[in-house]
Design a protein around this ligand. Sequence first.
Ligand SMILES: [Zn+2]
Length: 440
Amino acid sequence: MKNFLRLCSALLAFAAVIISATAAEPVTIALKAARMFDGKSKALITNAVVIVEGDKIIDAGSNLPIPQGAQVIDLGDATLSPGFMDAHTHLTADFSGNYNQRRLQEVDLNVSEQAIIATTHARATIEAGFTTVRDLGSRFVGSKEFVDVALRNAINHGVVPGPRMLVATYGIGATGGHFDPTAGFRDMLFGREPDYSEGIADGPDAIRKAVRFEIKNGADVIKAAVSGGVLSLTDEVDTPQFTPPEIAALVDETHRLRKKVAVHCHGDQAAKDAIEAGVDSIEHGSFLKPETLQLMKTKGTWLVPTLMATEWILGKLDSYPPALQAKAKAAGAARTEMFRNAVKLGLKIGFGTDAAVYPHGMNAKEFKLMVDLGMPPIEALRAATAANAELFGLSAKVGTLEKGKLADIVAIPGDPTADITATERVSFVMKEGKIVKQSR
Ligand SMILES: [Zn+2]
């Protein structure tokens, strides 16, 4: 017995030696660049150095000493920034082409094929510098699938490259509203009316059921359409789609389960109802009047303006049916004043683009649209980093370049505060300490 114990302890000691010899030392990387936007400061910092060890930032600042043995990557005349975050994407879809062709394709393509295509959207997004996204709604008419959950998990497991995703599964909406997947198709073409299992819910109890069902199936955030939308055929763009008791049930059930509610909303009345009920963010917000924006300020509601979405549609109006063209024009005309008012009021503004309405990977074009409508460049950068981290509930992990944060870092050529379009040409992308893209 004694000998056996001795043998066991010898084996354990041997195993310990092997483990310590094979456990790789975390690699230390020192990133250098002419400037840095750290997510917190009101101005860029010069002679930037960010030290990364393993998946984390261990130090960031100006002229820091380089630790011995660190791999130095000198990015030259560039600006380091926290990885960009997009609060409003749809990585499992592409709505950017001709509307009717796309609708046909939606019922034509096998969902598995759409899932494989979605991996290319994820890659385009991270290569554009977006290391975290909220994916606000994924659906396949006539099929009940959770492709966004699968994509998120595949990215987390390192199977495919892509941004960290917070997914919403199905957008929750009313029968015939913006999220009804069968709206506009012949009655009963798919053999049934959609229900909670495709995000369609009428009445407070059905809405609670939909929220519970989505979280059960992997939703990180809840998305709902409280007003009509642009790219849907049986609703007006600004009409309320849920009653106040329905919205109250949506918010109450989601917050009970410790998730946030993002609501698609163009219309002013719907926004008032949603803000009063305590939603976390209003997405789009095209027709919001100054007093409604003031209400958001009082309640601390976020605005995610998604300027890129209307910008893209207005640039390709001929690709959409006449009824949708009229809705896009009305929303586009209203959103300019709304956004200027929101900036003036100092609302909490998140950076979101509605990727899928335009081709994936062009997310950074939103920066210029925000700046052109009166947001200072440094504030636009903050919206896409530290502000979004707060909106996402991820401030402890990402959004700034500082000790202890995950090493999600991008390099923007030149100085983005002098030319905000430089954000569209990121030369370097790192996610959790791993280099995803490095241009030579
Ligand atoms: Zn959207």
